[in-house]
Design a protein around this ligand. Structure first.
Ligand code: PLP
Length: 402
């Protein structure tokens, strides 16, 4: 598997131990080749050309949409909107759907385990509309408190937006169950799937969510492209998010009419090569077998938890029963940046800081933490190497943990 990722150069003097998958995944050769090959052979702008190349490029772009719809089991391809990534997908829903329906004193619910991308867009739309942003608490184990969700839900709740998998705690949330409760209250469920898409099966029809958002770069695909899935009756009623070429039906100086979904939400030249790369990433996942990814992740996570059990002075944020291979660790009196710098000297790439989840870290009374997160290319030996080096780094910083 590692040989399929050119970044893991076997000849390198110091092997790369890449434990920063949750920030962005490394790219297999087939994704790199698909993007380079597209630019080399098939590239043109799409949809507006009559010439052969434009038709080829348009087909490649639309094939990517078809494959994406199949990948997440969306009922129709028009329910797959290509955007820049999870962040843009959430902003699109907040500004188009949210601004259309929210009135003063309505409520939007998010949870205590959200990434900044699933907090700030809702703050902005709540400020503009006069709606209130409320926060669903999490339990001590770092799981969504479903009783608290029930207590917050009411006729005033219009939108609930939660992550499927936490980028800090690794918790996998029971989205189907959340959807049932949210729908019983008459609200709409938005799911931030940025971390789930690589760690757990995503079937938007079975999950019964109304919107689902993810980025290609977290599933071995390129940056700059992501997906907003939406229920078609909701998407069809939503106003455009941005205006420009590609999203119109007719244009006059006084007014314009808009294209159907999904084009209505894809103003301007899209990331065509990105869509080709996303399709290649999906084919890569399919070729390996999606279940392999989840199984491998579970094996790495349980091994990491075993190693962690030997280190009582290292604090793990979140102990959810159902979790992804994302472990965020804090060591008393050691700054995470110091640890990450020493680990980097040994070729270990981990994230350190607030992980774009400052309110969650504040609640855990931690200002910064080190996060290790794994992909299909990681090994049990790398997990061992990480914990061995973590112990050495703590000793070097004057706070032994063993
Ligand atoms: N939501 C979660 C849970 C994330 O982990 C991330 C990125 O790390 C995002 C949203 C934002 O994704 P992007 O930067 O690809 O838009």
């Amino acid at each position: 598997m590692r040989a399929r990722f050119p970044i893991f150069d076997e000849e390198a003097e110091q092997p790369l131990v890449y434990l920063d998958h949750a920030a962005s995944s490394q790219k297999p050769q087939e994704v790199i080749d698909a993007i380079a090959g597209f630019y080399a052979r098939d590239y043109s702008n799409i949809h507006r050309g009559i010439h052969r190349l434009s038709m080829i490029a348009s087909d490649r772009y639309e094939d990517a949409r078809t494959e994406t719809a199949r990948f997440i089991n969306a009922p129709t391809t028009s329910q797959v909107v290509f955007v820049r990534g999870t962040t843009e997908a959430i902003n699109l829903v907040a500004q188009s759907y949210g601004e259309q329906i929210l009135r003063p004193n309505d409520e939007v619910l998010i949870s205590e385990m959200e990434h900044h991308s699933n907090i700030v867009p809702w703050q902005i739309v709540c400020r503009r509309s006069g709606a209130r942003l409320r926060v669903i608490p999490i339990t001590n184990a770092g799981e969504l408190d479903l009783d608290a969700l029930d207590n917050l839900l009411g006729p005033q709740t219009k939108i609930v937006s939660v992550c499927h998998v936490s980028n800090v705690l690794g918790t996998i949330n029971p989205i189907q169950e959340v959807a049932r409760r949210v729908h019983a209250a008459g609200a709409v469920l938005v799911v931030d799937g940025a971390q789930a898409i690589t760690n757990t099966p995503v079937d938007v029809t079975a999950l019964r969510c109304d919107f689902y958002c993810f980025s290609a770069h977290k599933i071995y695909g390129p940056t700059g492209i992501g997906v907003l899935y939406g229920r078609d009756e909701l998407l069809a009623r939503m106003p455009p998010y941005q205006g420009g070429g590609g999203m119109i039906e007719s244009v006059g100086y006084d007014s314009s009419t808009y294209a159907d979904i999904p084009s209505r939400f894809e103003a301007g030249t899209p990331h065509i090569a990105g869509a080709v790369g996303l399709n290649a990433a999906i084919q890569f996942l399919r070729g390996v077998g999606e279940e392999q990814f989840y199984q491998h992740g579970r094996a790495l996570a349980s091994h990491a938890l075993e190693r962690l059990a030997e280190l009582p002075r290292v604090r793990l944020l979140g102990r959810a029963a159902h979790r992804a291979p994302i472990l965020t660790l804090a060591v008393d009196d050691i700054h995470a940046h110091d640890l990450a710098t020493l680990l980097d000297e040994n070729g270990i790439a981990v994230r350190a800081g607030h992980h774009c989840a400052t309110p969650l870290l504040d609640k855990q009374e931690v200002s910064s933490a080190v996060r290790l997160s794994c992909g299909i290319y990681n090994t049990l030996q790398e997990i061992d190497f990480f914990f061995d080096q973590l112990a050495i780094a703590c000793t070097r910083l004057g706070k032994p943990i063993t």
